[in-house]
Design a binder for this molecule. Structure first.
Ligand SMILES: NC(=O)C1=CN([C@@H]2O[C@H](COP(=O)(O)OP(=O)(O)OC[C@H]3O[C@@H](n4cnc5c(N)ncnc54)[C@H](O)[C@@H]3O)[C@@H](O)[C@H]2O)C=CC1
Ligand SMILES: O=C(O)C(=O)Cc1ccc(O)cc1
Length: 311
């Protein structure tokens, strides 16, 4: 149904996100030629076994050479190294984008290396799982999810519009934001939940030595939800923490203050305070469900092109 949108697409990094994009491009026929590059020869070989692209190379420079669209899907801490490697080979008029979970740092790392004759448009699809690597990707990951662009001032609106059409073809809704604002919003809605999960599972793991296997044996679904997040890729999340340091520390300070309030209410038996907070937070969940953002709901993520509801 879709037509070729970019003649040559280079995917640098072919883990969960890169390989999901590759699968969608393939399925929708959005590219004439898909070239895949990743640093590790083993991962590259796996991408080839999975037939995610048309050509494969460990050289990011070779992959980017002559590409009309370059999508960088590597841990955010590797952004500068990739930008340095690809910059001399970028074709005039090419669109360069990324999928990194932090934006100000990615811009600081990549923008200085981008030649005048390309369109650099930082992006972030708000879709993913706790899994990593090329096997973890799947078709339709971005359906019904937001993709946030944080374009630099003066970026060609036509290039933004071409990239927007690409993400919309993958079923995403696209929004634009200032990178600093993006980093603050994501710090509270995504980065802190992961840090809290790493922390609580780490604490439980320390207790495990005392309680033997009780932590696993009796773990209720609340704790299990935390273990899913805490199973997320350590390299990726180390980089997110180091590259969104200021916003994360600001949100952690607020979080600790609010936790101290809760702690105090529990210590002094102030049930009304607990009840008030727990009632307020319940309405947050309800508004997410009402806004159609509940991924567990059967109709969530229907593609614009689907002609009948999911069953
Ligand atoms: N995992 C998730 O749920 C989401 C991740 N993101 C962002 O997407 C990016 C990629 O994440 P995933 O696909 O989950 O990670 P992943 O670990 O599954 O894949 C990362 C890929 O980058 C390659 N790589 C690592 N260092 C490299 C380097 N220096 N040069 C070239 N390739 C290199 C790896 O070989 C692998 O192919 C990250 O920046 C992450 O913040 C964005 C949205 C969701
Ligand atoms: O697995 C989950 O619950 C996620 O939250 C996935 C995710 C991880 C990082 C992002 O930048 C965006 C989405």
């Amino acid at each position: 149904m879709s037509a070729v949108m970019f003649e040559k697409v280079a995917l640098i990094g072919i883990g969960l996100i890169g390989s999901s994009i590759a699968r969608d491009i393939r399925a929708l026929g959005l590219a004439g030629d898909i070239v895949i590059s990743t640093r590790s020869p083993q991962t590259l070989q796996r991408a080839e076994e999975l037939q995610l692209g048309d050509r494969y190379t460990v050289s990011a420079a070779e992959a980017a050479d002559g590409a009309d669209l370059v999508i960088v899907s590597v841990p955010v801490g590797a952004s500068e190294s990739v930008a340095q490697q690809i910059a001399p080979h970028l074709k005039p008029g090419a669109i360069i984008t990324d999928v990194g979970s932090t934006k100000a740092s990615v811009i600081a790392q990549m923008a200085p290396h981008m030649p005048e004759h390309v369109h650099f448009i930082p992006g972030h699809p708000l879709a993913g799982t706790e899994k990593s690597g090329p096997d973890a990707g799947f078709k339709g990951l971005f359906k019904g999810r937001w993709c946030i662009f944080t374009p630099l001032e003066g970026t060609d609106p036509q290039a933004i519009s071409r990239l927007k059409s690409f993400w919309e073809a993958l079923g995403s809704r696209v929004d634009e934001m200032d990178p600093q604002h993006h980093d603050k919003v994501l710090a509270i809605v995504s980065h802190l939940p992961h840090i809290i999960a790493y922390n609580i599972v780490g604490t439980a793991d320390d207790l495990e030595a005392v309680t033997e296997s009780e932590v696993i044996k009796y773990s209720a679904s609340g704790f299990r939800d935390f273990t899913r997040l805490a199973a997320s890729d350590p390299t990726m999340w180390r980089d997110v923490c180091l590259h969104n340091k200021d916003a994360i520390l600001e949100m952690l300070a607020r979080f600790s203050e609010d936790l101290a309030y809760l702690q105090r209410a529990i210590r002094w038996g102030e049930g009304d305070k607990l009840f008030e907070l727990f009632s307020r937070t319940r309405t947050v969940r309800r508004s997410i469900v009402d806004a159609g953002q509940d991924v567990d709901a059967p109709d969530f993520g229907r593609h614009a092109l689907d002609d009948k509801p999911n069953t």
